[in-house]
Design a protein around this ligand. Structure first.
Ligand code: FES
Length: 500
């Protein structure tokens, strides 16, 4: 017997021939008590905790997948399938929770879970640490990609059921202070990119059925209610994108599940789909004590010396990333503002008053800054909480700064980021009379699947664009691409450079 049951968000219980696998169970608020599962799945918690499982798989350490409060309630009599990331972070944290039986699997490594059940790990092979799992259930292939971006060239094919993200899970652009029309345009562009990426995954895997999963979450703290606006943010729910998906992937069946549904017997969408505002109001009341906890915890004031010491240490840990980098940022918290010059020598931070002319301004609630300085949260978690406000000038993504903030506490990731930025070992591919670096300098997508037309190389994942003539980044960020005419090939005829 095979059963795949959706627990909400990216959670599943898969059962096949007597083997039970629990996947990414998420029930408690994540990211500074900001994200809650949507729709509410709390009524499943007692049975999930009481259940017995042969295997547990946690795809990565984001709190909407790695729910430490839930994991602490589970029996440790289970074998954990652990993605073997460079940082070893999931293995270490699972061991700290008492999960000693671990099977660490690298990219494309397989492990037999039963006579007729094989799991294959798929990693995001860039500096990002995320994973998906292919379960071969007696020939039925379930690919749980959640929000993982395995390089497109390495996705498995002949997939029966694909569970993957369609909605955003990022602070850009909605945490920025863009004027309304700029925000609307950027939001629309990100939503289109998300759908395009999903359609590519569906086509490349040959998925016969698609299950919308891994988001969107909802925000129950009234301070964050604006991010529940499914039309104005990058967090649409399925009903908002279903028609566009059907147009892009007409052959693919969609199964829309509520928490607790078996994939082969989905229930009709409830009030969470038909009356989201009313549903959220009641949900907010049920979880009042949980989102209010964020506002009532004691919070010691933050001092300038603490901020300087924090960034000095962060830079010392990340010298290979920073190299000759230099930028100014401004951190504002509850009326205080610190101007920081980062990068120069990567040894010390100068606090300036009045602040340096900053490229990035981060407005952060004191509680969130306290959590970061105390090591209870990283900048990644703080940014994902949507509790921070951001401004950048010029309006260009700074991979080095964001890499430092997001991954700086795990230097294994920033070392990899530095390698990718420099062309990642010089691996190149030939396409359309060009020789170009294989891995995208942004986040490591395989540019074998790039769109190359009219003198522009476009990455299929986040759609950064580069000039084929110069390698200069035209859209997305500021990192150049290594690209040159294929030796011996005539130089391609290029259109005129687009004006700025
Ligand atoms: S991986 Fe993000 S643009 Fe290529």
């Amino acid at each position: 017997m095979t059963s795949i049951r959706h627990l909400g968000h990216a959670g599943f219980v898969v059962e096949h021939a007597g083997v039970r696998v629990l996947i990414d169970p998420w029930f408690h608020p994540a990211f500074l008590e900001a994200w809650f599962p949507y729709p509410d799945n709390r009524e499943l918690l007692p049975e999930v905790v009481a259940g017995s499982y042969d295997y547990l798989y946690v795809s990565h350490t984001h709190e909407d997948h790695f729910d430490a409060r839930l994991l602490a309630l589970l029996s440790r009599d289970v074998t954990v399938l652990v993605p073997d990331f460079r940082s070893r972070e999931p293995a270490r944290r699972l061991r700290a929770l008492g999960f000693e039986r671990q099977v660490r699997l690298g990219h494309r490594e397989a492990h037999r879970l039963g006579p007729d059940l094989v799991a294959t790990m798929l990693l995001d092979t860039s500096h990002k640490e995320d994973s998906g799992l292919l379960l071969d259930l007696g020939g039925y292939r379930f690919l749980d990609l959640n929000d993982c971006n395995t390089p497109m060239s390495e996705l498995p094919s002949d997939v029966d059921l694909l569970a993957a993200q369609y909605s955003g899970a990022m602070w850009y652009p909605n945490a920025y202070d863009y004027p309304a029309e700029v925000m609307a345009a950027k939001t629309a562009a990100v939503r289109a990119d998300l759908l395009d990426t999903l359609a590519r995954k569906v086509k490349l895997t040959g998925a016969r059925t698609y299950l919308p999963s891994a988001g969107p979450a909802c925000f129950l703290d009234p301070e964050l209610d604006r991010f529940n606006d499914r039309a104005a943010t990058i967090f649409p729910q399925w009903e908002d994108v279903a028609d566009a998906f059907a147009a892009a992937c007409p052959e693919t069946r969609v199964v829309r599940t509520a928490p607790g549904d078996r994939v082969d017997a989905p229930s009709p969408p409830g009030s969470w789909a038909t009356d989201p505002a009313g549903y959220l109001a009641a949900y907010r009341e049920r979880r009042r004590s949980e989102w209010q906890a964020w506002h009532t915890e004691p919070c010691a004031p933050v001092g300038a010396d603490e901020v300087a010491a924090y960034f000095t240490r962060l830079q010392r840990l990340n010298r290979p990333l920073l190299a000759d980098y230099r930028t100014g940022i401004r951190v504002e918290a509850d009326g205080a503002a610190w101007g920081l010059t980062l990068g120069e020598l990567a040894e010390r931070v100068d606090l300036e008053d009045p602040p340096v002319d900053p490229a990035y301004t981060i407005r952060i609630p004191p509680r969130a800054l306290r959590a970061v300085l105390d090591g209870r949260a990283g900048w990644e978690e703080a940014l994902l909480s949507m509790r921070l406000g951001l401004h950048r000038d010029p309006d260009v993504f700074d991979l080095t700064l964001l890499g430092l903030l997001r991954y700086g506490h795990r230097p294994a990731q920033t070392r990899q980021l530095a390698r990718e930025r420099s062309g990642r070992g010089g691996e190149t591919i030939s396409r359309d009379g060009l020789r170009l670096q294989r891995w995208c300098p942004h986040a490591g997508e395989d540019l074998s699947h790039a769109v190359i037309a009219d003198g522009v190389v476009e990455c299929p994942r986040h759609h950064w664009k580069w000039s084929t003539a110069t390698g200069a980044c035209l859209e997305g960020g500021a990192l150049p691409l290594h690209v040159e005419p294929e030796p011996g090939d005539p130089v391609p005829v290029l259109p005129e450079e687009p004006s700025a």
